[in-house]
Design a protein around this ligand. Structure first.
Ligand code: SAM
Ligand code: SF4
Ligand code: SF4
Length: 337
């Protein structure tokens, strides 16, 4: 089954935040000045259980979702995460299950994740420089430990993508060294433009390095050629190093918005459904699945009705919207990046 929104976009991709807490405090996501010791994270009983997530994924698969990404916060902080991967992997209609992590606990979990059926992992690494990595992760966590964890996962055959958020004046200098490192290791590197998610990361257009600029700078050192998109709605623009199979991707939410093909929904760790990363409010799903009087068909109908009305295209409208008094946006660590 395929459901369409009001702009003719199908629902195909679901991101689930399994945890709003994190062991890092990246400046662009959970700045430590805001997410400090007195910040109230969700209590454990508010988090969706694995069985509830499984149930929701089954309903979403029936509505046409094919890809699931588990994220957070830091998903590997969620106890027994490999069990959830195993549960989700078995659901009919789900073709791809992926995980986005900061990699800190990856060494410990790599084998269990692989055994659970995970095939690919995105790891966030913004710099190879200990100083810049330490500064951007807000906890001065050493880069060497993350790189070792990634190598462990790669040696088990897990496909690795590295996510790098680029910020003007901070880690532009790290672009080429990280690109060379990923090329040598055979990891796909994806450059992500710094986004105005949430309300706390001090976003400013001046701090965004447009993908075109990154591409041009990288091309001077490492020649690239474009790769055709694999499917409609592919978020990253892909290139490969000439005469190789190693790719880099560019996620240009700011400079080249891709709302017109956005087929993605998100579920927060406490079970609210969001139809856009920049949403100001979500729809309670947990209340629906905990209501014994409702069948899966009833819940599917509610989701389908909501999707049919969807008209989100924040990135297309960013400039106009930024001139209006804005409502509070949801934080990325809560909604799931
Ligand atoms: N903790 C995990 C991690 O860092 O990979 C998963 C959650 S994190 C919110 C998911 C992705 O969002 C990461 O790749 C992170 O770099 C990205 N992200 C967070 N804040 C961002 C921002 N303001 N702009 C662009 N990407 C951001
Ligand atoms: Fe944590 Fe990921 Fe956000 Fe960094 S980007 S603070 S690792 S949730
Ligand atoms: Fe999708 Fe919203 Fe991002 Fe546009 S701004 S691509 S609708 S998540």
């Amino acid at each position: 089954m395929t459901i369409m929104d009001s702009l003719n976009r199908p629902l195909r991709d679901l991101r689930i935040s399994v945890m709003d807490q994190c062991n890092l405090r990246c400046t662009y996501c959970m700045p430590k000045e805001v997410f400090g010791a007195d910040y109230s994270f969700l209590p454990a009983e508010k988090l969706l259980t694995f069985n509830e997530i499984e149930n929701l994924v089954r309903i979403f698969a029936h509505l046409g979702v094919k890809k699931i990404r588990l994220t957070g916060g830091e998903p590997l902080l969620r106890k027994d995460l490999p069990l959830l991967i195993e549960q989700v992997n078995k659901i009919q209609g789900i073709e791809d299950v992926a995980l986005t992590t900061n990699g800190i606990l990856l060494g410990h979990y790599a084998q269990k994740l692989k055994d659970a059926g995970l095939k690919r992992i995105n790891v966030s690494v913004d710099s190879l420089s200990p100083t810049n990595y330490g500064k951007m992760n807000g906890r001065n966590f050493p880069i060497t430990r993350v790189l070792k964890s990634i190598e462990q996962a790669a040696s088990l055959g897990l496909k690795i993508k590295i996510n790098m958020v680029v910020q003007r004046g901070l880690n532009e200098v790290d672009i080429v060294p990280l690109a060379k490192y990923c090329y040598e290791k055979g990891y796909t590197l994806r450059f992500i433009e710094f986004m105005d998610v949430g309300n706390t990361n001090g976003w400013d257009m001046e701090k965004v390095v447009p993908s075109k600029e990154i591409l041009n700078n990288l091309q001077e050192v490492m020649p690239l050629e474009p790769v055709e998109p694999d499917y409609l709605g592919e978020v990253a623009k892909r290139y490969r190093y000439k005469n190789t199979d190693t790719e880099v991707g560019f996620i240009s939410s700011i400079s080249e918005s891709f709302c017109s093909s956005c087929n993605r929904a998100r579920i927060s760790a406490d079970g609210k459904l969001f139809t856009c990363l920049f949403a100001t409010q979500g729809t309670d799903l947990v209340g629906l699945i905990r209501n014994k009087d409702l069948t899966d068909e009833d819940i599917a109908l509610s989701i389908s009705n909501l999707w049919n009305k969807r008209e989100d295209r924040y990135s297309d409208q960013r400039v106009e919207l930024s001139k209006k008094p804005s409502k509070k946006k949801i934080e990325m660590s809560y909604i799931g990046g």
